[in-house]
Ligand binder design. Structure first.
Ligand SMILES: N[C@@H](CCC(=O)N[C@@H](CS)C(=O)NCC(=O)O)C(=O)O
Length: 207
């Protein structure tokens, strides 16, 4: 069975679990990282020298980098579905996956670390405000795309929606002022109706 290494409240592990849930691929997930530790120990570093989660083992294939894992698993199990066969649709999905890693994720991370992982009396208001502004501004770019497209890749749900679905879930949970982004909200409501998203993201919550 496919093995996934990593704690279930990691956004990057959730990408893999959500995709497997969508495709009904059975998974053995092993808790690692955060309070579980083990991610900087030699046996795990032999699988993933970055000491980060997730890593998967699929037979004798060992793979890390969450979005690469997402591409591999969806291509293997759902070619033409979650993994678009059409080159243009795939490029659209790929583009928003890369944008999550390079742009939206880094904008949001300080907000997450401050509001979820830092005690209230140790929080830095400037870091929170900078990250709030930056995230709102970058998500306006995705909102403009969604005003003309139902999903990241175009007309239908694909792998391209998964990384940003988790970013936007987190962003909406924070008790901060959010800019009004109606197309993003409508897209998020479509995402939130998916049972695999509910199981692997919403029900895990923010910790
Ligand atoms: N670019 C990597 C980033 C992986 C990453 O930063 N993972 C975080 C969790 S989301 C991690 O391993 N943190 C250390 C820990 O959980 O102990 C990916 O997308 O897989």
């Amino acid at each position: 069975m496919l093995k996934v290494w990593g704690r279930k409240n990691s956004s990057n592990v959730q990408k893999v679990m959500w995709a497997c849930g969508e495709m009904k691929v059975p998974v053995e997930r092993i808790d690692l990282g955060g309070p579980f530790g083990g991610d900087k120990e030699p046996p795990y570093l032999a699988l993933n020298p970055n000491g980060l989660i997730p890593t998967i083992e699929d037979g004798d294939l060992v793979l890390w980098e969450s979005n690469t894992i997402l591409r591999y698993l969806t291509a293997k199990h759902d070619m033409g579905g979650l993994y678009p066969a059409d080159l243009r649709e795939r490029a659209g999905a790929d583009r928003w996956m890369d944008w999550q890693l390079t742009t939206a994720g880094p904008a949001l991370t300080p907000l997450f670390l401050q509001l979820i992982r830092t005690a209230a009396n140790k929080r830095d208001a400037k870091i929170i405000e900078d990250s709030r502004m930056k995230t709102g501004n970058v998500l306006k770019i995705f909102d403009a795309h969604l005003a003309k497209n139902d999903y990241a890749g175009g007309k239908r749900f694909t792998m391209g929606d998964i990384p940003l679905g988790i970013v936007v879930y987190r962003w909406f949970q924070f008790a901060i002022e959010h800019p009004n982004l109606p197309a993003l909200k409508a897209w998020y409501d479509r995402i939130a109706a998916r049972p695999a998203f509910q199981e692997h993201v919403v029900s895990v919550g923010l910790t």
